[in-house]
Design a protein around this ligand. Structure first.
Ligand code: FMN
Length: 284
Protein backbone atom coordinates (compact mmCIF):
# COMPACT_ATOMS: atom_id res chain seq x y z
CA UNK A 1 0.00 0.00 0.00
CA UNK A 2 1.35 3.39 -0.98
CA UNK A 3 -0.08 5.72 1.67
CA UNK A 4 0.00 9.48 2.13
CA UNK A 5 -1.59 11.16 5.14
CA UNK A 6 -2.38 14.86 4.86
CA UNK A 7 -3.19 16.71 8.07
CA UNK A 8 -4.02 20.08 9.54
CA UNK A 9 -3.60 20.76 13.25
CA UNK A 10 -3.44 23.78 15.57
CA UNK A 11 -2.78 22.22 18.96
CA UNK A 12 -1.44 18.82 17.96
CA UNK A 13 -4.45 16.53 18.48
CA UNK A 14 -4.85 15.88 14.76
CA UNK A 15 -1.09 15.79 14.20
CA UNK A 16 -0.68 13.10 16.88
CA UNK A 17 -3.47 11.04 15.30
CA UNK A 18 -2.12 11.46 11.75
CA UNK A 19 1.44 10.65 12.83
CA UNK A 20 0.41 7.54 14.79
CA UNK A 21 -1.46 6.19 11.76
CA UNK A 22 1.42 7.01 9.40
CA UNK A 23 3.94 5.29 11.70
CA UNK A 24 1.77 2.23 12.22
CA UNK A 25 0.94 1.81 8.54
CA UNK A 26 4.20 3.03 7.04
CA UNK A 27 2.84 6.07 5.24
CA UNK A 28 4.13 9.55 4.49
CA UNK A 29 2.95 12.39 6.70
CA UNK A 30 2.31 15.68 4.89
CA UNK A 31 1.08 18.93 6.36
CA UNK A 32 -1.80 20.41 4.35
CA UNK A 33 -0.57 24.04 4.52
CA UNK A 34 2.81 22.91 3.14
CA UNK A 35 1.24 21.89 -0.20
CA UNK A 36 -1.19 24.79 -0.55
CA UNK A 37 1.03 26.78 -2.88
CA UNK A 38 0.41 24.13 -5.58
CA UNK A 39 -2.26 24.86 -8.14
CA UNK A 40 -3.37 21.26 -8.20
CA UNK A 41 -2.49 18.38 -5.88
CA UNK A 42 -1.87 14.99 -7.46
CA UNK A 43 -0.22 11.92 -5.99
CA UNK A 44 1.00 8.42 -6.91
CA UNK A 45 -0.27 7.08 -3.60
CA UNK A 46 -3.19 4.66 -3.91
CA UNK A 47 -4.40 5.44 -0.38
CA UNK A 48 -4.92 9.00 0.86
CA UNK A 49 -5.75 9.92 4.44
CA UNK A 50 -7.02 13.36 5.48
CA UNK A 51 -6.84 14.22 9.21
CA UNK A 52 -8.19 17.47 10.65
CA UNK A 53 -10.10 19.00 13.58
CA UNK A 54 -13.85 19.70 13.47
CA UNK A 55 -14.53 23.45 13.54
CA UNK A 56 -17.87 25.18 14.17
CA UNK A 57 -20.16 22.16 13.93
CA UNK A 58 -23.25 22.93 11.88
CA UNK A 59 -21.60 25.87 10.08
CA UNK A 60 -18.33 25.11 8.31
CA UNK A 61 -17.43 21.85 10.16
CA UNK A 62 -14.17 21.55 8.22
CA UNK A 63 -11.30 24.10 8.56
CA UNK A 64 -11.23 26.44 5.57
CA UNK A 65 -7.69 25.44 4.58
CA UNK A 66 -8.72 21.77 4.51
CA UNK A 67 -11.67 22.67 2.28
CA UNK A 68 -9.36 24.53 -0.08
CA UNK A 69 -6.97 21.56 -0.05
CA UNK A 70 -9.73 19.14 -1.10
CA UNK A 71 -10.72 21.49 -3.91
CA UNK A 72 -7.17 21.21 -5.29
CA UNK A 73 -7.13 17.39 -5.38
CA UNK A 74 -6.91 15.97 -8.89
CA UNK A 75 -6.86 12.47 -10.35
CA UNK A 76 -8.48 10.87 -7.32
CA UNK A 77 -11.22 8.79 -8.94
CA UNK A 78 -9.42 5.46 -8.31
CA UNK A 79 -7.91 6.30 -4.92
CA UNK A 80 -9.02 4.86 -1.60
CA UNK A 81 -9.57 8.00 0.48
CA UNK A 82 -10.24 7.92 4.22
CA UNK A 83 -10.63 10.75 6.70
CA UNK A 84 -10.20 11.11 10.43
CA UNK A 85 -11.68 14.13 12.17
CA UNK A 86 -10.74 14.93 15.74
CA UNK A 87 -13.35 16.74 17.84
CA UNK A 88 -14.18 17.81 21.37
CA UNK A 89 -17.88 16.93 21.47
CA UNK A 90 -19.11 15.30 18.28
CA UNK A 91 -18.47 15.10 14.54
CA UNK A 92 -22.09 15.41 13.32
CA UNK A 93 -22.22 15.51 9.54
CA UNK A 94 -18.55 16.50 9.08
CA UNK A 95 -17.61 13.32 7.21
CA UNK A 96 -20.70 13.52 4.98
CA UNK A 97 -19.84 17.12 4.09
CA UNK A 98 -16.28 16.09 3.26
CA UNK A 99 -17.58 13.26 1.09
CA UNK A 100 -19.64 15.79 -0.94
CA UNK A 101 -16.53 17.94 -1.45
CA UNK A 102 -14.44 14.97 -2.56
CA UNK A 103 -17.22 13.90 -4.93
CA UNK A 104 -17.05 17.33 -6.52
CA UNK A 105 -13.41 16.49 -7.37
CA UNK A 106 -14.36 13.16 -8.96
CA UNK A 107 -13.51 10.89 -6.03
CA UNK A 108 -15.33 9.64 -2.96
CA UNK A 109 -14.66 9.28 0.73
CA UNK A 110 -14.35 5.52 1.18
CA UNK A 111 -14.28 5.49 4.97
CA UNK A 112 -14.39 7.99 7.80
CA UNK A 113 -13.57 8.02 11.49
CA UNK A 114 -14.03 10.37 14.42
CA UNK A 115 -11.60 10.61 17.33
CA UNK A 116 -12.59 12.43 20.49
CA UNK A 117 -9.80 14.57 21.87
CA UNK A 118 -9.67 17.41 24.42
CA UNK A 119 -11.80 20.37 23.32
CA UNK A 120 -9.15 23.01 22.67
CA UNK A 121 -11.66 25.85 22.19
CA UNK A 122 -13.10 25.72 25.72
CA UNK A 123 -11.93 27.96 28.51
CA UNK A 124 -12.15 25.30 31.18
CA UNK A 125 -9.40 22.70 31.13
CA UNK A 126 -10.68 19.31 30.05
CA UNK A 127 -10.71 16.92 33.01
CA UNK A 128 -10.76 13.66 31.12
CA UNK A 129 -7.69 14.09 28.94
CA UNK A 130 -5.81 10.97 29.98
CA UNK A 131 -8.75 8.73 29.15
CA UNK A 132 -9.12 10.28 25.69
CA UNK A 133 -5.43 9.82 24.92
CA UNK A 134 -5.43 6.20 26.08
CA UNK A 135 -8.67 5.47 24.19
CA UNK A 136 -6.95 6.68 21.06
CA UNK A 137 -3.73 4.72 21.55
CA UNK A 138 -5.22 1.53 22.92
CA UNK A 139 -8.46 1.21 20.97
CA UNK A 140 -9.05 3.54 18.07
CA UNK A 141 -5.63 3.55 16.39
CA UNK A 142 -5.67 -0.19 15.63
CA UNK A 143 -9.34 -0.02 14.66
CA UNK A 144 -8.69 2.63 12.00
CA UNK A 145 -5.55 0.91 10.68
CA UNK A 146 -7.42 -2.40 10.30
CA UNK A 147 -10.20 -0.76 8.30
CA UNK A 148 -7.80 1.15 6.09
CA UNK A 149 -5.69 -1.96 5.52
CA UNK A 150 -8.84 -3.81 4.43
CA UNK A 151 -9.82 -0.79 2.31
CA UNK A 152 -13.38 -1.21 3.48
CA UNK A 153 -16.22 1.26 3.77
CA UNK A 154 -16.54 1.91 7.50
CA UNK A 155 -18.09 5.17 8.73
CA UNK A 156 -18.13 6.17 12.40
CA UNK A 157 -21.20 7.86 13.80
CA UNK A 158 -21.53 9.78 17.07
CA UNK A 159 -22.97 7.70 19.92
CA UNK A 160 -26.74 7.70 20.45
CA UNK A 161 -27.00 10.59 22.95
CA UNK A 162 -24.29 12.83 21.48
CA UNK A 163 -25.56 11.97 17.99
CA UNK A 164 -29.06 13.15 18.92
CA UNK A 165 -27.84 16.40 20.51
CA UNK A 166 -25.53 17.14 17.57
CA UNK A 167 -28.28 16.32 15.05
CA UNK A 168 -30.65 18.77 16.80
CA UNK A 169 -27.97 21.49 16.81
CA UNK A 170 -27.16 20.92 13.13
CA UNK A 171 -30.88 20.91 12.25
CA UNK A 172 -31.36 24.22 14.08
CA UNK A 173 -28.38 25.61 12.22
CA UNK A 174 -29.90 24.58 8.90
CA UNK A 175 -33.26 26.06 9.77
CA UNK A 176 -31.39 29.31 10.31
CA UNK A 177 -32.04 30.36 13.89
CA UNK A 178 -28.78 29.14 15.45
CA UNK A 179 -26.87 29.92 12.31
CA UNK A 180 -27.94 33.56 12.43
CA UNK A 181 -27.16 33.90 16.12
CA UNK A 182 -23.77 32.17 15.89
CA UNK A 183 -22.86 34.28 12.85
CA UNK A 184 -23.83 37.36 14.87
CA UNK A 185 -21.56 36.36 17.75
CA UNK A 186 -18.71 35.48 15.37
CA UNK A 187 -19.06 38.90 13.75
CA UNK A 188 -18.89 40.44 17.19
CA UNK A 189 -15.64 38.55 17.88
CA UNK A 190 -14.34 39.66 14.47
CA UNK A 191 -15.32 43.25 15.34
CA UNK A 192 -17.53 43.51 12.29
CA UNK A 193 -20.91 45.27 12.15
CA UNK A 194 -23.71 42.83 12.97
CA UNK A 195 -25.61 43.85 9.83
CA UNK A 196 -22.56 43.68 7.52
CA UNK A 197 -22.87 41.09 4.80
CA UNK A 198 -19.59 39.26 5.11
CA UNK A 199 -19.76 35.54 4.35
CA UNK A 200 -19.10 33.04 7.11
CA UNK A 201 -15.66 32.24 5.63
CA UNK A 202 -14.75 35.93 5.64
CA UNK A 203 -15.94 36.37 9.21
CA UNK A 204 -13.77 33.43 10.32
CA UNK A 205 -10.72 34.93 8.61
CA UNK A 206 -11.35 38.26 10.38
CA UNK A 207 -11.74 36.76 13.84
CA UNK A 208 -8.03 37.38 14.44
CA UNK A 209 -9.03 41.04 14.91
CA UNK A 210 -9.90 40.06 18.48
CA UNK A 211 -6.36 38.77 19.12
CA UNK A 212 -3.88 40.85 21.09
CA UNK A 213 -0.84 40.52 23.32
CA UNK A 214 -0.27 41.64 26.89
CA UNK A 215 2.82 43.05 28.57
CA UNK A 216 4.35 39.56 28.86
CA UNK A 217 4.94 39.38 25.09
CA UNK A 218 8.69 39.31 24.45
CA UNK A 219 8.41 39.50 20.66
CA UNK A 220 10.00 36.04 20.40
CA UNK A 221 8.07 35.27 17.19
CA UNK A 222 6.93 31.77 18.23
CA UNK A 223 3.36 32.67 17.28
CA UNK A 224 4.46 33.55 13.75
CA UNK A 225 6.43 30.33 13.41
CA UNK A 226 3.65 28.03 14.68
CA UNK A 227 1.00 29.67 12.53
CA UNK A 228 0.51 26.99 9.89
CA UNK A 229 -1.06 29.40 7.40
CA UNK A 230 1.49 32.22 7.82
CA UNK A 231 -1.08 34.64 9.13
CA UNK A 232 1.22 36.40 11.61
CA UNK A 233 3.96 38.89 10.84
CA UNK A 234 6.22 40.31 13.53
CA UNK A 235 6.06 44.10 13.33
CA UNK A 236 7.94 46.25 15.88
CA UNK A 237 8.58 43.13 17.96
CA UNK A 238 4.89 42.28 18.21
CA UNK A 239 2.63 39.89 16.28
CA UNK A 240 0.44 41.46 13.60
CA UNK A 241 -2.37 39.19 12.42
CA UNK A 242 -3.03 39.36 8.68
CA UNK A 243 -6.75 38.43 8.58
CA UNK A 244 -6.57 35.12 6.80
CA UNK A 245 -6.85 33.26 10.08
CA UNK A 246 -8.10 29.67 10.41
CA UNK A 247 -8.74 30.12 14.14
CA UNK A 248 -6.72 27.02 14.89
CA UNK A 249 -5.58 28.71 18.16
CA UNK A 250 -1.94 27.69 17.63
CA UNK A 251 -0.67 31.22 18.38
CA UNK A 252 -2.63 31.41 21.64
CA UNK A 253 -1.88 27.92 22.83
CA UNK A 254 1.82 27.70 21.94
CA UNK A 255 2.85 31.17 23.15
CA UNK A 256 5.63 30.45 25.70
CA UNK A 257 4.53 33.45 27.80
CA UNK A 258 0.76 32.84 27.48
CA UNK A 259 0.75 36.46 26.34
CA UNK A 260 -1.76 36.16 23.47
CA UNK A 261 -5.44 36.71 24.12
CA UNK A 262 -8.53 36.72 22.02
CA UNK A 263 -11.21 34.32 20.90
CA UNK A 264 -13.22 34.59 24.13
CA UNK A 265 -10.15 35.08 26.36
CA UNK A 266 -9.01 31.48 25.98
CA UNK A 267 -6.08 30.51 28.17
CA UNK A 268 -2.82 29.43 26.53
CA UNK A 269 -1.06 26.24 27.30
CA UNK A 270 -3.04 23.34 25.86
CA UNK A 271 -1.44 21.07 23.31
CA UNK A 272 -1.38 17.32 22.75
CA UNK A 273 1.30 15.83 25.07
CA UNK A 274 2.98 13.85 22.26
CA UNK A 275 3.42 16.95 20.12
CA UNK A 276 6.04 19.53 20.97
CA UNK A 277 6.81 22.94 19.61
CA UNK A 278 9.47 21.53 17.27
CA UNK A 279 6.87 19.32 15.58
CA UNK A 280 4.80 22.43 14.95
CA UNK A 281 7.72 24.59 13.81
CA UNK A 282 8.97 21.92 11.47
CA UNK A 283 5.62 21.69 9.74
CA UNK A 284 4.92 25.38 9.34
C1 FMN B 1 -12.31 27.30 16.09
C2 FMN B 1 -12.63 25.96 16.70
C3 FMN B 1 -13.91 25.44 16.58
C4 FMN B 1 -14.20 24.19 17.11
N1 FMN B 1 -15.47 23.70 16.96
C5 FMN B 1 -15.75 22.47 17.44
C6 FMN B 1 -17.06 21.94 17.28
O1 FMN B 1 -17.94 22.56 16.69
N2 FMN B 1 -17.31 20.71 17.78
C7 FMN B 1 -16.36 19.97 18.45
O2 FMN B 1 -16.64 18.85 18.87
N3 FMN B 1 -15.10 20.45 18.62
C8 FMN B 1 -14.78 21.69 18.15
N4 FMN B 1 -13.53 22.20 18.31
C9 FMN B 1 -12.51 21.40 19.05
C10 FMN B 1 -11.52 20.71 18.14
O3 FMN B 1 -12.15 20.09 17.05
C11 FMN B 1 -10.71 19.66 18.88
O4 FMN B 1 -10.22 20.09 20.09
C12 FMN B 1 -9.57 19.15 17.98
O5 FMN B 1 -9.11 17.92 18.45
C13 FMN B 1 -8.42 20.13 17.88
O6 FMN B 1 -7.47 19.59 16.99
P1 FMN B 1 -5.99 20.14 16.79
O7 FMN B 1 -5.30 20.02 18.13
O8 FMN B 1 -5.39 19.21 15.81
O9 FMN B 1 -6.07 21.52 16.32
C14 FMN B 1 -13.20 23.44 17.79
C15 FMN B 1 -11.91 23.98 17.91
C16 FMN B 1 -11.63 25.22 17.37
C17 FMN B 1 -10.24 25.77 17.50
Amino acid sequence: MNLEIYYFSGTGNSLAVARDIAEKMGGDLISIPSVMDKKSITTDADVIGIVFPVYYLGTVNIPLVVQRFVMKLDGISTKYIFAVCTFGGGAGSTLAILDEMIKARGGRLASGFGVQMPQNAFRKPFENKTKLYSNWKEKKLDFICEHVKAKDGWFDTDGLFIGLVVAIIERMMKVGFLNRSSLRSMKKTARLQEDSDFTLDEVIRFMDRSYSTDENCTGCGTCSKVCQVRNIEIVDNKPAWQHHCENCLACIKWCPQSAIHGYGKLPGGYHHPDVDILDMLRES
